[in-house]
Ligand binder design. Structure first.
Ligand code: CA
Length: 222
């Protein structure tokens, strides 16, 4: 899951970015409305966190713009404005949710999870491929009843593969959804992480779930 944070206060972006990365999200940051608009147009984000008081393009204008160009990308507005009128204006401009600063990080995480679940029409709380089960709420992974411990990045990669189970995901798709914009697509980092996952998920089992599709990418299937 890749998230764009558009916010000009560096203290807040650092705090959000660090927290989200610890949860395994890939995070890009823009410090003004123009840069935010550019990134939202160029990359595929699963969710955007948007401040209202921004240099160059203000948050409400930007929210409308992004929603016109890409209605499917959910937007959560983060702002110090907390009057009812401001909330209504924010939601009327197309935002999916609204969070008033200062906020508890746990609340931000819960709202992000809720929106990402809503986006998923089936609203699953678990993903399953054969005897491999990933719990989207607790982040616990089990194969054949045995718990598997993954790092945050490995978890995000596995979640992405499992959300697309049975279909081939290319390295480009993986880099767009699992890594941030500083990711160098010419490195073999994705292959390295696939190997980490294989060691944890497939090595001890006769039936392999992660498959390489030569020249195209990877797939996970039972
Ligand atoms: Ca601001």
């Amino acid at each position: 899951m890749r998230i764009l944070v558009i916010e000009d206060e560096k203290k807040i972006t650092d705090f959000i970015k660090r927290g989200l990365k610890e949860e395994g999200y890939a995070v890009d940051v823009a410090y003004d409305g123009q840069e935010g608009h550019f990134l939202a147009k160029t990359n595929k984000y699963d969710l955007i966190l948007l401040d209202l008081m921004l240099p160059k393009i203000d948050g409400l204008t930007l929210c409308k713009k992004i929603k016109e160009e890409d209605p499917a990308t959910p937007i959560i507005i983060l702002t110090a404005k907390d009057t009812v009128k401001d909330k209504v204006t924010g939601l009327d401009s197309g935002a999916d949710d609204y969070l008033t600063k200062p906020f508890a990080f746990e609340e931000l995480l819960a709202r992000i999870r809720a929106i990402l679940r809503k986006k998923d029409t089936k609203s699953p709380t678990k993903l399953q491929v054969d005897d491999l089960v990933l719990d989207l709420l607790t982040h616990k992974i089990r194969r054949g009843g045995k718990e598997i411990i993954l790092t945050a990045k490995e978890y995000t990669l596995l979640e992405y593969l499992m959300r697309n189970a049975g279909t081939v995901v290319t390295r480009t798709m993986i880099s767009e959804h699992v890594w941030d914009m500083n990711f160098d697509t010419f490195t073999n980092v994705i292959d390295v992480y696939i190997n980490y996952l294989r060691n944890k998920i497939d090595a001890d089992f006769e039936k392999k779930l992660i498959h390489t599709i030569r020249g195209r990418g990877y797939t996970i299937k039972g």
